[in-house]
Design a protein around this ligand. Structure first.
Ligand code: BG6
Length: 495
């Protein structure tokens, strides 16, 4: 059998600080935006994705800050990785991963975000994690901001709408680059930067008035603020690259988007055009700025048409043009369908609802499982940017069962991964330069979209339920042994 993967292909696993660490007030950590997202247990699965239940509204936010009411905050305990990181990295090493993608919690390093000096305990915590990785020969892919902004920066400055955030972020980024440059192989300033549009609380720290909770499009009045905040993130991204390259030109910097993959619902040119434009506005705009270094013309006309005015400093365009990413990363979970037909059946997906494709099966959470879409995506992005690609997230969220003997049988996950790996191999054989793959939530963690433990992605099971009951002990799923075999054979053995 042919094997298209590069010899040094980076097989790995990914997590984020807010979803896995817990220990939310330990080691001097400040409160961050994820710590304030309450669980919505008891709500039927398909209702959880309604904006009413997902949006961060003023009243929810105020309750979280005061810890009033009966709300429960699952990101505050995560998977208790804060206390178990040694065991976790040991398990990842046993599985043979080549690279671990993790994120740093900004509020562990700068608890309020605007201090002058970093928190030593926070730096120590990550240094210990990196040392463990080094001990096991695991490379590191480090995300600087994955949906966890110190709440003080929201309270005091209004989050990313404020240009001052660029300086706070750069101070944080410089600290990380200087402290950890010898441990990290790939740096990513912003996880899924387009989340700012689809989940503005997570992406840019936008809290909305309660009146928006029942609206079909709660961001209708906020587009101007969101695009302005995104501009600040683009500049912060570019200037982080500047700092990194000044420290050492060999430092590898990535950018990242969540990829949605819309297909035209029919060959009606209206559907084809709509699919094309969704791809531009929802995904490519972001990588065009960060990888090509300028606002694309279609976005400039979109802004004009919608009367959106981005405030820029005279030097901004030059900054974006000069400091572009070395590679392009993306998350890929599902594909969708583009149609103007309002009555088209809808289902859930990562960060946004999707329209149903009758040819594609769905996960228990309604996400459309589409390995061929991954091959298409890889070809698409490589053709456009001609830079190495990295699949920073992909995986299957499912309700696994822990058996009495400690085993977990997850053939559905193995099948999902097998099909996606085979599509990746095909894309490599198409000539795409794919550097690596980090399976999302390789150790079970709290779901970001639906804030629950029940939706599990890992090859390593964590014995905890939605409300944080359980031993938090780790167990290897069948997929653990399967992925180990895949890695050992560099993707040759997918049986
Ligand atoms: C991505 C995020 O959007 O999707 C992760 O970067 C998230 O943080 C992942 O966990 C899967 O989504 P969910 O909602 O199933 O956790």
């Amino acid at each position: 059998m042919k094997n298209g993967f590069r010899e040094d292909f980076l097989w790995g696993g990914a997590t984020s600080a807010s979803q896995i660490e817990g220990g939310y007030s330990e080691g001097g950590k400040g409160l961050d935006t994820s710590d304030c997202r309450p669980g919505n247990f008891g709500i039927p699965r398909m209702d959880k994705i309604k904006w009413k239940n997902r949006l961060m509204t003023t009243s929810k936010y105020e309750r979280a800050l005061k810890t009033e009411g009966n709300d429960i905050y699952p990101f505050r305990w995560g998977s208790d990785h804060y206390h178990r990181y040694k065991e976790d990295i040991g398990l990842l090493a046993e599985m043979g991963i080549k690279i671990y993608r993790l994120s740093i919690s900004w509020a562990r390093i700068y608890p309020n975000g605007d201090e002058q000096t970093p928190n030593k305990d926070g730096l120590e915590f990550y240094k210990n994690i990196f040392e463990e990785c080094k001990k096991h020969g695991i490379k590191v892919y480090c995300t600087m901001l994955h949906y966890s902004i110190p709440v003080h920066l929201i309270e005091e400055y209004g989050g990313w709408q404020n240009r001052k955030m660029i300086d706070f972020f750069l101070k944080y980024a410089r600290t990380l680059l200087e402290e950890f440059k010898d441990y990290v192989d790939i740096w990513l300033p912003f996880n899924e930067i387009n989340a700012g549009m689809f989940h503005p609380y997570n992406g840019i720290g936008l809290v909305l008035d309660d009146k928006y909770a029942d609206m079909e499009d709660p961001f209708i009045d906020s587009r101007q603020k969101i695009y302005q905040a995104l501009h600040h993130q683009f500049i912060a991204n570019a200037l982080t690259i500047k700092i990194a390259k000044e420290i050492d030109p060999k430092i590898q910097m990535s950018c990242m988007i969540a990829w949605f993959c819309p297909y035209p619902a029919t060959c009606n040119p209206d559907d084809v055009l709509l699919a094309y434009q969704e791809q531009q506005y929802e995904c490519l705009f972001y990588t065009d700025v960060m990888s090509r270094g300028e606002y694309p013309r279609y976005m400039k006309s979109y802004f004009k048409k919608h009367n959106i005015k981005i405030e820029m400093l005279p030097e901004d365009e030059e900054i974006l043009k000069t400091y572009t990413s070395d590679m392009v990363s993306f998350s890929y979970y599902f594909s969708s369908v583009a149609t103007n037909d309002e009555n088209w059946e809808k289902t859930d997906g990562n960060l946004k609802r999707a329209k149903v494709n009758p040819y594609i099966e769905r996960s228990q959470w309604g996400w459309q499982k589409d390995p061929k879409g991954l091959r298409i995506t890889l070809n698409w992005l490589y053709d456009r940017y001609q830079k190495p690609l990295f699949i920073a997230e992909n995986g299957l969220g499912a309700a696994d069962e822990l058996e009495a003997d400690g085993s977990i049988h997850d053939p559905y996950r193995i099948e999902y991964l097998r099909n996606h790996f085979s599509a990746m191999r095909d894309a490599c054989e198409d000539g795409v330069d794919l550097l690596g793959y980090t399976m999302w939530g390789v150790i079970d963690l709290v779901s970001c979209g639906t804030i629950e433990m029940r939706k599990r992605y890992g090859t390593i099971y964590v014995d905890a339920d939605d409300e944080g009951n359980g031993t938090f002990n780790r167990y290897k799923k069948d997929s653990f042994y399967w992925y180990k075999k895949v890695i050992a054979s560099n993707g040759q053995d997918l049986e």
